[in-house]
Ligand binder design. Structure first.
Ligand SMILES: [Zn+2]
Ligand SMILES: [Zn+2]
Length: 142
């Protein structure tokens, strides 16, 4: 008769997200729905975002590296609204998809499709940015 081994590791409550060093980001992300989102316009994307101004601009600048066009930031609803109906229904939840940006963080308040889309753009932009800075100091051997 084998003794049943009981795993005492009970499910821990999810952390309320990684600590955000930037106080402005922290304030915005913990505003409990009071903060109105800003909007990133990049190519065909219109994505509601939540963060402080400095990190919104940083995020937009990185995303812009993946496009030939300019990324725009709106601090109000775009005139045409958000074209994607699913994005309009995306729940306001500061816990969702928090993306670290330097010492701050961005929350993407979009549907899963566009959330993934813009986060991929950001990561691609970051890689481009890193290559740009690396190439300045070294000659790539081809
Ligand atoms: Zn910030
Ligand atoms: Zn969407």
């Amino acid at each position: 008769m084998a003794p049943m081994e009981r795993d005492e590791s009970r499910p821990t409550l999810p952390e309320p997200g990684p600590a955000v060093a930037c106080e402005d980001c922290h304030d915005v992300l913990h505003a409990d729905g009071d903060g109105s989102p800003s909007f990133l316009l990049l190519d065909e994307l219109t994505v509601p975002l939540l963060s402080c101004d400095a990190h919104l601009e940083r995020f937009a600048a990185i995303c812009e590296l993946t496009s030939d066009d300019t990324a725009s930031l709106l601090h109000h609803r775009p005139a045409g609204g958000v074209p994607c109906p699913s994005c309009q229904l995306a729940p306001y939840s500061p816990g969702q998809a928090m993306v670290p940006v330097q010492d701050g963080a961005i929350v993407v308040l979009a549907c899963p499709n566009h959330q993934t889309g813009v986060i991929e753009r950001f990561h691609t932009g970051l890689e481009t940015h890193q290559q740009l800075t690396t190439d300045l100091g070294s000659h790539p051997s081809l």
